[in-house]
Design a protein around this ligand. Structure first.
Ligand code: SF4
Length: 253
């Protein structure tokens, strides 16, 4: 039986201004409760039609937390009414700037997995995501972690940041973080981010270089990393997961 991946986008607003963002700018409508309920009912119908035995529901944006606490409170209640919770994984992809302790508790109670976005250490991250981005996201990570949530990261590679891939890998390893590496692709709105789009050749070479460095590190007794290359729609990305012993080995440097 198939497993489905469906996405709910409650808001295309975002308080950040990443240079390569393909999200819509300016004032944007937010999803109403009625639209959310209709979407969940359709998800259920689609699961049944496909005879799916699992649904991964990803809440995305823009910045999905722009929708606010009341939206999420209503969303989880509606999921309990409309969907088979025991056959679901719920994830949210957020920069965490708008996360509060109250929201974090609600997400933890509803067993939501948190994905955030950081492009490496502060200087590299802020050069493409805007000044202060790194610090604000890490404040959100702190709120998430003190409420029992574990945060994984997406790291977007551009031609510029790809040339600093060693620093990026070291940074995430020092955080003992789970991270997925993504290529910066052309915006769906035809936005002027062309100089940040990474070519398939550069992206592939960067993944190879990262893998080579990892193997060198491993041979010299360094920390273990899980690598995987998966395809999703038309975007290819690699995933690196640092295991728990990384933190202790980093502490000894
Ligand atoms: S955090 Fe995401 S939605 Fe917000 S500006 Fe950056 S890329 Fe766009």
């Amino acid at each position: 039986m198939p497993s489905l991946n469906l996405m709910l986008v409650p808001s295309m607003k975002c308080p950040a201004s990443c240079e390569y963002c393909f999200s819509l700018r300016g004032s944007q409508p937010e999803m109403t409760s009625e639209t959310m309920r209709m979407a969940l009912r359709w998800f259920r119908q689609y699961m049944d039609e496909q005879r799916a035995d699992h649904l991964t529901l990803t809440v995305h944006g823009g910045e999905p937390l722009s929708a606010g606490y009341d939206f999420y409170d209503a969303l989880f209640r509606e999921i309990d009414r409309s969907l088979p919770r025991d056959k679901m994984t719920i994830t949210i992809q957020s920069n965490l700037w708008l996360l509060t302790d109250e929201l974090a508790r609600l997400l933890r109670e509803n067993r939501v997995s948190i994905g955030s976005s950081l492009d490496g250490p502060p200087a590299i991250c802020d050069a493409q995501r805007g000044q202060g981005y790194y610090e604000r996201t890490m404040e959100g990570v702190e709120i998430a972690e003190r409420n029992g949530l574990r945060v994984g990261f997406i790291c977007t590679l551009t031609p510029t940041s790809a040339s600093s891939h060693s620093q990026i890998v070291d940074h995430f390893a020092s955080m003992n973080a789970n991270v997925s590496l993504h290529p910066c692709v052309r915006g769906i709105q035809g936005s002027a981010n062309h100089h940040m789009v990474i070519s398939p050749e550069t992206y592939g070479k960067t993944l190879n270089d990262i893998l080579d460095e990892y193997l060198d590190t491993l041979v010299s007794g360094g920390p273990e990393i899980d690598f995987g290359i998966i395809t999703k729609n038309t975007v290819v990305f690699g995933e690196a997961k640092w295991k728990s012993q990384v933190k202790s080995s980093q502490g000894k440097r």
